[in-house]
Design a protein. Structure first.
Length: 128
């Protein structure tokens, strides 16, 4: 399987050095920053957008649907490890050296040096 990356014309996707990902999906409509030495597990999804409007009337038309979808930047700091099949949602920052357990749905920011897992992802323990 291949990775899929889609970047909107006005969006910024920055990927640091020594980043590994396998069969992942990145959808960037605003801004996604991935730091150095980040590992992203197979089949993970990183998306800074809802992709669709919450208003059903706007969803009926593809152009108004996409234009009215909420987007917020994502920041993944250095040395983060994201487990297989995880989803990183819009507006999230994952602090340096943190670990996201396999299959997690990250809906809020994760401080540095912590392990988070689950759906929605929650604090498991500190790495310090």
């Amino acid at each position: 399987m291949k990775s899929f990356i889609k970047i909107a014309p006005s969006a910024k996707l920055l990927i640091g050095n020594n980043v590994g990902m396998s069969s992942s999906c990145i959808r960037c409509t605003k801004s996604i920053f991935i730091g150095n030495n980040v590992k992203i597990g197979a089949l993970s999804i990183i998306t800074d957008t809802d992709a669709h409007s919450l208003d059903y009337n706007l969803r009926r038309n593809p152009s108004t649907d996409f234009q009215n979808a909420r987007s917020l930047p994502i920041v993944i700091e250095d040395d983060v490890f994201i487990g297989t099949c995880s989803i990183i949602c819009k507006g999230v920052t994952i602090g340096a050296r943190s670990i996201i357990g396999a299959g997690s749905v990250v809906t809020k920011s994760v401080p540095a040096d912590e392990i988070w897992a689950g759906n929605p992802a929650r604090f498991i323990r500190s790495l310090k």
